[in-house]
Design a protein around this ligand. Sequence first.
Ligand SMILES: NC(=O)c1ccc[n+]([C@@H]2O[C@H](COP(=O)([O-])OP(=O)(O)OC[C@H]3O[C@@H](n4cnc5c(N)ncnc54)[C@H](O)[C@@H]3O)[C@@H](O)[C@H]2O)c1
Length: 315
Amino acid sequence: MSKVAIIGSGFIGRAWAISFARGGHDVVLWDEDPQAPEKAIAYVRGLLPDLEANDLLNGAAADALAARLQPARTLEEALDGAVHVQENTPEDVGIKRKVFARLDAAAPPGAVLASSTSALLPSAFTELLPGRARCLVVHPINPPYLVPAAEVVPAPWTDPAVVEQVASFLRAIGHTPILMKREIDGFVMNRLQGALLEEAFRLVADGYASIEDVDVGIRDGLALRWSFMGPFETIDLNAPGGVRDYVERYQGLYAGLFPSMQRRVDWAGPVIDEIEADRRRRLAADKLGERQAWRDRRLMALAAHKRKADTDIGR
Ligand SMILES: NC(=O)c1ccc[n+]([C@@H]2O[C@H](COP(=O)([O-])OP(=O)(O)OC[C@H]3O[C@@H](n4cnc5c(N)ncnc54)[C@H](O)[C@@H]3O)[C@@H](O)[C@H]2O)c1
């Protein structure tokens, strides 16, 4: 068991805290807002019984896990003795630069400094730091305690040994790191999601399919397989001779589609009126919070199912 420091204890900081504590670590939370760490811990306490009921606490009791979370009064107190520092301050390069300078100055020499940034490249806020070799991005999908994949993104100067150290650290707590070889905007997952969203907007804007039918195509179609295997494994299993056979049979089909996919539809143009009207007919604006809670319960049930199926059927 070692100590993890959470810097910025909002939405993502508090969610990471569950992952790290569930992995057996002592977690200390700090935030510029002195109330935030206590609030984050109270929020986590509220969630733990549901996670325990779904067997998502690695066998730990909710109370024992909550006891691993402590607020820190100062940044220095949070960093003292930490082996891993997870930064979760607002998505603003100026803030990240300032916070990373403070982290690099105060964290123990062996500590890894990881940012949760969704879209900033690690090179944008670590270049001038003396300890830049220990800095990188570890980007989670929300909420990390239910979604194992996390993108590990090195800057050009990140020490490969640090990448390896972070990968082992994440694996040991049940995460599945995506080890990027070098940084690029959108990392892996937002680039994949962006490609899908571009096509979804185009299909609706050009009048080929309804909003609901695009959602059905994923929800009741492709995502059933995608919830336990990726696109490459999918095509490997979708032709009798495997992935090369798939490419020989079907590349022509996709190559034929490609030219019609090279045009952007403005997401904020007329299509958003149609999408919003359809969504609000199906879900009133004042029910969004309720539906988000429903989504989180479904995600919890899926995470529990995936864990069980990994054991019972195999990964
Ligand atoms: N929300 C998501 O779904 C999501 C998913 C993945 C990654 N992220 C990334 O995580 C980071 C945090 O996002 P969030 O959604 O948790 O935001 P948030 O607003 O919920 O939390 C940010 C916290 O940082 C604190 N803060 C502000 N300035 C600070 C400073 N200088 N030092 C210390 N603390 C400071 C705030 O008080 C707040 O508690 C962002 O980089 C975001 O891109 C968010």
